[in-house]
Ligand binder design. Structure first.
Ligand SMILES: C=C(C(=O)O)c1ccccc1
Length: 366
């Protein structure tokens, strides 16, 4: 049996195999509170070595899409407790992804219908998912953001710390800091979205500063052994770009190395898209992390299939491989990969919003 199916540990989290379920936004938690349908969805997928939950808003300001869950209401923590209990009872392990969308939001989703916040008042050429008055969902242009004042940033870091504490109270085995896909932390790291002139803008050291302050606060609050991070060096998602991703992300992983993180989760290429969107040496990035003393589990993601996942793990490059969309359509993906069984086709129409259809209705193997 391939090493892909052997147990290991991610930080201090023991996992039964090297297959992670990538975070997947599904827009099925009205009021930002996890519900019974969410409990069933995650329970069905508990055979993943590690479930990384969908992005979970750390505050109301951090919310960028309709009906995504949060960690900022007590009823949400109660809802997550039912999710994590169900996953643990089924033998699984689950961490949650701490998410602040920054400018990828809409005034209708923001406190007091205000402008979304960002490193700079630079609008993203992107869309987000909101609810129409009749309750139907719609993808609309993201709203023009306002630049965060320097004095506000300590409060944002505190929001991540509080959310990490809430995640542990909600029964999660740990957290993944969302520093990928063109959301707040990546907006600070990329030079096309960050045009600040304070200590959080300009140099690479300044642009990765907020991410490192969040990592520091979260690891101090819940322990580095329960803390991971997701990064996406070459993704064009949500209109982020940078002329030198190698320099930015080498500096980032070398700085992350000193935190003894549980894991580093890397989206290789365009999120859910072509791996070769930009030339990038993924093995060199991991080597830079390890050479700087980084011991965290290396989770590789984006476009892997059974064969390439086995190769990535057996070659020693990846410690785990994360699958996204295959887990949507295949609650028993691990078994199907083990048995090299056919995968269910994905229904694009039910990815975002709605109810059980295309969420908990995908069949497992008999
Ligand atoms: C949290 C997301 C990400 O990380 O890309 C997301 C959000 C909306 C739709 C798909 C994905």
């Amino acid at each position: 049996m391939s090493k892909l199916f052997e147990p290991t540990s991610v930080g201090t989290i023991p996992v039964s195999n090297r297959i992670a379920m990538a975070p997947l936004t599904r827009n099925r938690s009205p009021g930002a509170v996890p519900n019974d349908l969410n409990v069933e969805y995650y329970r069905q997928r508990a055979t993943a070595g590690l479930i990384i939950s969908e992005g979970t808003a750390i505050t109301h300001q951090a919310q960028g899409y309709a009906d995504v869950p949060g960690l900022y209401k007590s009823e949400a923590i109660e809802g997550w407790k039912r999710v994590t209990d169900a996953v643990h009872s089924a033998g699984g392990k689950i961490v949650t992804q701490l998410w602040h969308v920054g400018r990828i939001s809409h005034t209708s989703l923001q406190p007091d219908n205000g402008a979304p916040v960002a490193p700079s008042a630079v609008a993203a050429k992107s869309k987000t998912y909101i609810l129409n008055p009749d309750g139907s969902g719609a993808f609309v242009e993201t709203s023009e953001p306002r630049a965060l004042e320097t004095a506000e940033l300590a409060g944002i870091v505190e929001d991540y710390r509080k959310a990490a504490r809430a995640a542990i109270e909600g029964g999660f085995d740990g957290v993944e800091i969302h520093a990928a896909n063109g959301y707040l932390l990546e907006q600070f790291m990329r030079s096309n979205s960050n045009q600040r002139t304070d200590q959080y803008g300009g140099s690479i050291e300044n642009r990765i500063r907020l991410t490192l302050e969040v990592v520091e606060a979260v690891t101090k609050e819940i322990g580095a052994d329960k803390t991971g991070i997701r990064i996406s060096p070459t993704t064009p998602a949500n209109d982020v770009s940078d002329p030198d991703p190698k320099a930015v992300y080498t500096a980032l992983v070398e700085a992350l190395a000193k935190f003894d993180l549980a894991f580093v989760h890397v989206i290789e290429g365009a999120t859910g898209g072509p791996r070769d969107v930009l030339p990038f040496d993924w093995k060199a990035l991991k080597s830079a992390y390890r050479d700087a003393g980084g011991k965290g589990t290396w989770i590789a993601n984006n476009g892997y299939d059974r064969e390439s996942a086995i190769e990535a793990v057996e070659s020693g490059y990846a410690d785990l491989v994360a699958f996204g969309r295959p887990f949507i359509a295949n609650p028993d993906l691990v078994r199907r990969l083990k048995e090299d069984a056919a995968l269910n086709p994905l229904d694009q129409a039910t990815l975002y919003g709605g109810g059980a259809e295309g969420y908990t209705t995908y069949p497992a193997l008999a």
